[in-house]
Write a protein that binds this ligand. Structure first.
Ligand SMILES: [Zn+2]
Length: 208
């Protein structure tokens, strides 16, 4: 069965199709990220809590727009822009994850805002805030998963981005730009896995 969404998507530019084919649905109630946007017959009922929607797309539209621009910059061979956009996309998705995790942990809104301001940089959010909320470091929790090398790959891209932006002799290599583009899809899946492993389970513990 071909959905209206899938039919519409066929009319879109290839890059847009590439991004949208990665988009999935998150249950508004239990946060489980489940079916692909391309598979609407399966999204009628949440596999975990039985809700029937409304559904929230994963990633959020802002991150998807940046991902699309990242692909387009790579096609124009603008490596510096590719790594800047990739790092921004990662930061957007990390903030969404941390904020929603704090909501599940019943952290009041003012406190969430205070914490995100206090841990304002992406490095301190990943290295300090993440283990503080999750109970394990990012590298440790991903150690035995397909995302085991994600931190190091992200860190190398971010270092080159920072060197380009802040160092007179910094530049972005073609290899690093390609690496950033290659890491977009794993990044989408990483935050889906973190969501389903940590946020959904945090709610599960709270409910029971
Ligand atoms: Zn649900």
């Amino acid at each position: 069965m071909v959905s209206d969404y899938a039919k519409w998507l066929e009319t879109q530019p290839p890059i847009h199709q590439q991004i949208e084919s990665l988009v999935r649905y998150r249950c508004w109630k239990c946060d489980l990220i489940g079916p692909s946007c391309l598979d609407p017959p399966n999204r009628q009922i949440c596999l975990k809590c039985g809700e029937r929607g409304p559904w929230i797309t994963h990633p959020l539209p802002g991150a998807r727009v940046i991902a699309g621009q990242c692909f387009q910059a790579q096609e124009r061979d603008e490596g510096e822009l590719v790594v800047i956009l990739f790092c921004t996309m990662f930061e957007v998705m990390l903030e969404d994850f941390l904020d929603r995790l704090m909501i599940r942990l019943r952290v009041p809104k003012d406190t969430r805002e205070f914490i995100l301001q206090k841990f304002s940089g992406v490095k301190t959010r990943l290295d300090d805030l993440f283990p503080g909320l999750v109970g394990e470091s990012f590298k440790r929790i991903t150690r035995d998963t397909e995302f085991a090398d994600f931190y190091d790959r992200w860190h190398k891209i971010r270092t080159e981005r920072n060197n380009f932006l802040h160092d007179e002799h910094g530049h972005v290599s073609a290899g690093t730009a390609k690496e950033a583009v290659d890491l977009i899809e794993p990044c989408f899946r990483l935050f889906e896995w973190l969501n389903n492993t940590i946020i959904v389970e945090a709610q599960h513990r709270r409910v029971n």
